[in-house]
Design a protein around this ligand. Structure first.
Ligand code: FO1
Length: 301
């Protein structure tokens, strides 16, 4: 069984960590959003790729959801003292990833090649792919603030409701590895990630909607009781969709390719095949259970 999972950062990373407990490494390929990527301190930062990689490697900060566990911030504090921007907290261990990535990209390697190399060195079994090799930065149009870069919107301004999400245009081609993974899979799972800023950057790449329509696609809702476990999704939904935050709006957003949805108990969408189960992932057992239940449901659907 070949499974492709589409993922953003924290929620998606927790879900694919669960999938990796129940699928063998050659059964799972994770395609990761790179719309959050940006340059900082002269380094190329790919937060969602790193969050997924650290999570699968067991190296991630489980409380915070991003960055490394057992992290220190000596370099950040020294740079702050020198007058460098310190609003984006890059830790000392995490910095080695950004230094290595930037070095290899400058040597001419693709982001796909660098990601494969980093994942291998960190002992990650499943294949992890950036959605594309060229930059596709997401920006957000916010009333009163104008058009903001993604990390400025999320970290500096704490994710105020936007009137539009601007996905980098023209969209670059997905990497050949991404196309091949979707073409060759039996099932696509969309993790509990933000549809607008984590999944749309992937699914709107040229040709991907067509590829997804030819596959069974099952999503895990990122909402529980109309709230996101992490991040500003619920606050964004009314201004972006004209609807209250809820699974109807999630299902409608994915309607071009969605076959079924996994939701919290009592939160099924009328007219759509849904699995109602506990979607909150507090620990590794929760991740494994949600992955198992989602896979069992998806193959029956
Ligand atoms: N998020 C924050 O809210 N503040 C930070 O200082 C921050 C630093 C950071 C460093 C490395 C990394 O991989 C992620 C980091 N994040 C931080 C999270 C990141 O901004 C978002 O989680 C993703 O871009 C959205 O998925």
């Amino acid at each position: 069984m070949k499974v492709v999972a589409l993922s953003g950062g924290v929620g998606g990373a927790r879900f694919v960590h669960g999938l990796a407990q129940v699928l063998s490494p050659d059964e799972l390929t994770v395609i990761v959003n790179t719309g959050d990527d940006f340059e900082h301190w002269g380094l190329w930062i790919s937060p969602d790729l790193d969050t997924v990689m650290y999570s699968l490697a067991g190296l991630g900060d489980e409380v915070q959801g991003w960055g490394r566990k057992d992290e220190s911030f000596v370099t950040l504090e020294e740079l702050r003292r020198l007058g460098a921007p310190a609003w984006f907290r890059l830790g000392d261990r995490d910095l080695s990833t950004h230094l290595f990535r930037t070095m290899r990209l400058r040597e001419g390697a693709s982001l796909t090649e660098v990601t494969t190399s980093l994942c291998r060195s960190n002992g990650v079994g499943p294949t992890v792919l950036p959605m594309c090799d060229a930059p596709r930065p997401t920006r957000l149009d916010v009333p009163g603030l104008g058009v903001l870069d993604f990390q400025s919107w999320l970290v500096t301004h704490r994710g105020p409701a936007p009137t539009a999400v601007l996905l980098g245009s023209p969209a670059p081609e997905p990497s050949p590895a991404v196309r091949e993974a979707i073409e060759g899979c039996d099932l696509v799972l969309i993790g509990p990630s933000n549809p607008y800023v984590s999944i749309d950057p992937i699914t709107t790449l040229p040709g991907l909607t067509d590829l997804l329509q030819a596959r069974p696609v099952v999503a895990v809702s990122p909402l529980i009781g109309g709230r996101a476990v992490k991040g500003p999704l619920a606050e964004m939904m009314p201004s972006l969709s004209g609807r209250q935050a809820g699974n109807e709006a999630i299902a409608s957003h994915y309607r071009a390719f969605l076959r079924a949805l996994v939701v919290a108990p009592g939160e099924a969408v009328p007219g759509l095949v849904c699995l109602e189960t506990n979607t909150l992932m507090r620990d590794l057992d929760d991740r494994r259970r949600l992955a198992e239940e989602t896979l069992r449901f998806a193959v029956q659907t």
